[in-house]
Design a protein around this ligand. Sequence first.
Ligand code: NAD
Length: 428
Amino acid sequence: MANQSQYIEPAPIKDKENPFESMMSRFNDAANILGLDDETYEVLKRPHRQVIVSLPVTMDNGKIKVFEGYRVIHSNILGPAKGGIRYDLGVNLDEVKALAAWMTWKCAVVDIPYGGGKGGIICDPRSMSAGELERLTRAYTSALVDVFGPDKDIPAPDMGTGQREMAWLMDEYSKAQGKTEPAVVTGKPLVLGGSLGRTEATGRGVMVTALAAMEKLKLNPAKSTCAVQGFGNVGSHAAILMEERGSKICGISDHTAAYWNDKGIDIQKAIEYKNKNNGILQGFDGGDLITNAELLEAKVDVLIPAAKEDVITQENAAKIRAKLIVEGANGPTSAKADSTLYNNDVSVVPDILANAGGVTVSYFEWVQNRIGYKWPLDRINRRTDRAMKDAFERVYKTAQKHNISLRLAAYVVAIAKVAETYKYRGGY
Ligand code: NAD
């Protein structure tokens, strides 16, 4: 969930899978294990609602440009839809549908009362002025004012959007309602009802699930080694929190460089360097320069991919030497790589579990907005840690019971919950 200033051009991916197919292949495997009946399967696999909007926006040169925007509600069976809004030239309906479904399973795994949604606008936010982005965000909000709502569909930031866009969205929606409605969106600035702890929440959840998995694998955090790909919001917070728990972070990387230090990288120093160096790691002197491939294939106990999707694929899965992968990023492992990792005894805490700390604190933000009361940071951290630990235990027990991977188990837990709720609610 990058801010404008952190926006990163995705690198070309060799065996990139269609995200919807990748999600569906895991969904199908889990549905088979559950013995899901055909009717429920049909209901759960289709998005509940797909909206496409045209957004005419006056650009700074006085000309009108029409943008295309999407909002997909994959499911509202467990509660209002929840999911981010992406600004990117690569946005397309297939991707938004996959990401919306991912949100359904993610919210179900961590047991929060939300369905799944996702939105996006085809645009290049880096080439637009703040004024153009504000008009675009307000046009999008206005076009979807009947879709959004604190009890219907609650957006959040995603790639290319941040606090600023969420503030515009909250304001535009509030104007249409004739009252201030902070609970319509999460990831807001603190002064507008954002939550303490939201910035570090995803990295914190990664650390909590990593420690829970290490306990099962009998890996002592204080004697463990770790490599982290991506040094943005998720990666840098996960790295420093793992370091605080005693793990030696031997490798870090971003899109500009990767560094290795056998003695452990000083993560605070790396963060300070990055902050002074336009947000990039290139030129950091706390380790030796290595390649991103070497970082992924390094002999460490824990590998945390926290950059982007499809970095562990059929091509490099057999070369991964970590004992445990904790997926900070969404979709870093392609569906085709899953079986290689499983057969090689590499445990994977899957994205829909490992990075759900973010949506958990978003949920806490929404709760605080609704009760009109701000929680202190220690309460938020305590509740996030408990939610993540409980979710890990549910998934772990399911994996043991069916003798399956943690990924498949996470889908089984999520789909079972949504299917059971659907059975009680019923259709027409
Ligand atoms: P970010 O923009 O803050 O950071 C991304 C980092 O990845 C940057 O350091 C960037 O340089 C690095 N990167 C990009 N391409 C790379 C490459 N080819 N090799 C190595 N590093 C590369 O983004 P973020 O918010 O930290 O999100 C990272 C991932 O986590 C994304 O997949 C996102 O969807 C997922 N995620 C984020 C949150 C959240 O709360 N921020 C929640 C859930 C999931």
